[in-house]
Design a protein around this ligand. Sequence first.
Ligand SMILES: CC(C)(COP(=O)(O)OP(=O)(O)OC[C@H]1O[C@@H](n2cnc3c(N)ncnc32)[C@H](O)[C@@H]1O)[C@@H](O)C(=O)NCCC(=O)NCCS
Ligand SMILES: Nc1ncnc2c1ncn2[C@@H]1O[C@H](COP(=O)(O)OP(=O)(O)OP(=O)(O)O)[C@@H](O)[C@H]1O
Length: 297
Amino acid sequence: MRAHKFDVALSAPAGSALLSDRLADLAVDALIDEADLSPKPALVDRRSSGAHTDLHLGLMHASALSLWPAFKEMADAATSIGEVNPQLRETIGRFGREGEAAMLRTTHGVNTHRGAIWALGLLVTAAALNPDDFSSAGLCQRAAHLASISDRHQPVTVSHGRAATQKYGAKGAREQAQMGFPAVTQAGLPQLARSRAAGHGEQNARLDALLAIMSTLTDTCVLHRAGEEGLHAMHNGAQQVLAAGGSATLGGRRALNQLDQRLLSLNASPGGAADLLAACLFIDSLERALGDVMRNI
Ligand SMILES: CC(C)(COP(=O)(O)OP(=O)(O)OC[C@H]1O[C@@H](n2cnc3c(N)ncnc32)[C@H](O)[C@@H]1O)[C@@H](O)C(=O)NCCC(=O)NCCS
Ligand SMILES: Nc1ncnc2c1ncn2[C@@H]1O[C@H](COP(=O)(O)OP(=O)(O)OP(=O)(O)O)[C@@H](O)[C@H]1O
């Protein structure tokens, strides 16, 4: 295995920990940070379970922790296989399904993180494939390449997401990844940077990033639960919060509260947007690790 200067940065807090351990740590941290972020519209957070009757914050944390081995296995596979090819795609597909099984054992059958395993699994793999390039563009491009390869062992299931993409002709989790996560690179990450630069505070900047994603994403969780009316309510409401100045402003907070109420009344939970916020936080943490290395050279 090649040694990279980023191995040092990523493994620093854990001493001798390997790159794959640190990538799995960062993916789990991103999921826990996403769950804790509050007040998120109609999602599980520190205040409530949002539109979900079967989820709560403790379950989100336990589920996130249960995914650590799957993320580590994916990173290890990327390091040993070393390139984007069908073998790597099918290997991480197997670990993704094992991750889903671990999640369902932990939550007693509740879907807490299906979409997140997919998005973060691809990004963890993309990071381990080339630790010299943790740029968001590079990571998302490698992830997209992987997501575009078919997996012969993937069972054909009738998921809520697939049903919604077929009924509404919308692009779902699979297509978002195949396109290189435009919701992350063109909406979430730029908004995170803008709100930080405006001095809005980290939690508000993260909420604004979530809202930027929600303002255009065809979230199949919302489509499945609340149809096109729910999707329009999400797009319009999120745009209004940002137009009012974002979560750090009084007007933005009022609009955010209205969006929360509206989505709750429609039973519309933006779970796909939440997963993509976790993807933003993961990429952001990698870019910060890179910055720390540069400062210490
Ligand atoms: C591609 C996946 C997400 C299935 O997607 P599908 O649309 O069929 O289904 P499902 O309704 O079960 O889950 C979709 C989840 O994605 C999230 N999501 C919804 N809409 C979107 C969107 N537009 N963009 C991104 N994520 C979204 C939500 O959290 C939702 O719960 C995935 O579960 C899968 O196929 N896994 C197989 C295992 C695998 O190959 N893993 C690869 C290694 S990570
Ligand atoms: N903080 C969060 N709160 C709720 N859901 C989240 C959160 N973060 C991410 N999610 C995502 O939202 C999805 C949950 O959506 P949903 O409950 O609609 O799932 P489902 O099992 O497909 O449908 P249903 O519950 O309607 O039967 C999970 O797959 C998860 O990836």
